[in-house]
Design a protein around this ligand. Structure first.
Ligand code: AMP
Ligand code: GLY
Length: 433
């Protein structure tokens, strides 16, 4: 099966590795990264130019296009592929609104009685009304830009002053068009977890549950990031809680999307808040695999991912392509460049990845995110840093404790100047006390 993978992050490197573990898969990728190209041939196309993608798919007999990030989905790449008869794993532009418009997602959940925080939506002509509403709202309060803002559009405010500043900044254009509408939301107490459902428009299969670590600092302190590490499966999502999430959140979401004429095909990412009583509500939907959760979730997946995603893309989900969604436990620690999530230096040489991958007989993978190959004047090449999140060191084992231990052994072996990481990834999954 010829597959084209769209994307260039750690999530796509993990997808590339798992997809090509099926011997029948020949993988192409765009834009790709040096890690992805260990498993895939570069398609040398610009995924923003849909005509180029379509031409490539015809030339190379691509049977499936797996779309990693949200931007090409929101831009309608899956629609254009399907119009030409090419199977795509990823939702249509309309179905992608579950992520690309928080106002759409909230109104959708209200229409279909899917549990989430209380909210109100305000547009740019309702700035004063929004200010009055925020000023009278109990604290903490959550302010969200409606559109895609690369994970930066959410403010959890402990004071009304801070909340009003966030509101004004969004309406003043801090997030561009993403901030033209604002969602003001009740703060939910609890612990967060991520659930990924592979969907064919009607049916779904949930993969191993996971927990991300969004803050830059140990103990969930400091600035929000794209995600500093993850582990899977997450014991906070007990079998009962997962069943409840499937029944009260995922199934009604798929029914609702179908009934509204935008069936959801792809990976539905349900960001959950689970309270002390074990009740789950939706914090956010994403319409693609999470990063860095995917690195851990796929490390424990025992099955044929290519077959699974292809079956979903053609509307005939084949759950038998997966033997066990959680055959073990995995931990992924993100190595970031110094200064992340602010401005970072690029071009620092990365060494000793092979040593890290030598630990545990294949139990460790180092996934590339912000890396690039540098061509030296003497004709040699070297790997160097090229972004904020540089690598995702991922280890699997039979227990979480062992996975964490292996992961940090490997983390210590990889070197680049300014290497920054959290030292407590996965700790929240260990038994307390
Ligand atoms: P989002 O981009 O919607 O995932 O929001 C980013 C982060 O903000 C989430 O991962 C939560 O930690 C936090 N957050 C968002 N909405 C809420 C809410 N209603 N209550 C509590 N925390 C929230
Ligand atoms: N890990 C958070 C995300 O992928 O959005």
């Amino acid at each position: 099966m010829n597959i084209l993978l769209i994307g260039s992050g750690g999530r796509e490197h993990a997808l590339a590795k798992k997809l090509t573990s099926s011997p029948e898969v020949k993988l192409f990728a765009a834009p790709g990264n040096p890690g992805i190209f260990q498993y895939a041939t570069s398609a040398r196309i610009n995924p923003e130019h849909h005509a180029e993608v379509l031409e490539f798919c015809k030339e190379r007999d691509i049977e499936l296009v797996v779309i990693g990030p949200e931007a090409p989905l929101a831009a309608g790449l899956a629609d254009d592929l399907r119009l030409r008869g090419i199977s795509a794993f990823g939702p249509s532009r309309e179905a992608a609104r579950l992520e690309s418009s928080k106002a759409f997602a909230k109104d959708f959940m209200l229409r279909h009685s899917i549990p989430t925080a209380q909210y109100r939506v305000f547009n740019e002509h309702q700035h004063q009304e929004a200010r009055d509403y925020v000023a009278a709202h109990p604290l903490p309060i959550v302010i969200k830009a409606d559109g895609l803002a690369a994970g930066k559009g959410v403010t959890v405010a402990e004071t009304h002053r801070y909340a009003l500043e966030a509101l004004d900044a969004a309406f003043d254009g801090k997030f561009g068009t993403a901030g033209r509408s604002i969602v003001v939301e009740e703060f939910m107490q609890g612990e967060e977890a991520s659930v990924f459902a592979i969907c064919d428009g009607e049916r779904f299969l949930t993969l191993a549950t996971a927990q991300d670590h969004k803050r830059i600092g140990d103990g969930d302190t400091g600035e929000n990031t794209g995600g500093m590490g993850a582990y899977a499966p997450a014991p906070i999502v007990t079998p009962n809680i997962l069943r409840d999430v499937e029944e009260r959140i995922i199934a009604p979401t798929l029914r609702g999307m179908k009934a509204e004429g935008k069936p959801f095909v792809g990976c539905l990412y349900v960001g959950l808040m689970i309270d002390l009583s074990g009740t789950s509500r939706v914090v956010e939907f994403n319409v693609r695999f999470g990063d860095p959760e995917t690195q851990a979730v796929l490390a424990v997946l025992d099955g044929n991912l290519a077959q699974l995603l292809h079956s979903a893309a053609v509307g005939k989900l084949d759950a038998r392509s997966v033997k066990n969604v959680a055959g073990g436990v995995a931990c992924c620690v993100v190595l970031a460049a110094g200064g992340y999530p602010g401005e970072v230096r690029k071009g620092d040489e990365i060494t000793d990845i092979e040593d890290a991958e030598g630990i545990g007989n294949g139990a460790v993978s180092v996934f590339h995110a912000g890396t690039a190959i540098r061509h030296e004047p003497d004709g040699t090449t070297s790997l160097c840093t090229n972004g904020g999140r540089v690598l995702g060191v991922t280890a699997s084992a039979s227990t979480l404790e062992e996975a964490i231990k292996r992961c940090y052994e490997a983390v210590k072996l990889v070197h680049f100047r300014g290497k920054t990481y959290r030292t407590d990834i996965g700790a929240k999954g260990l038994p307390k006390g």
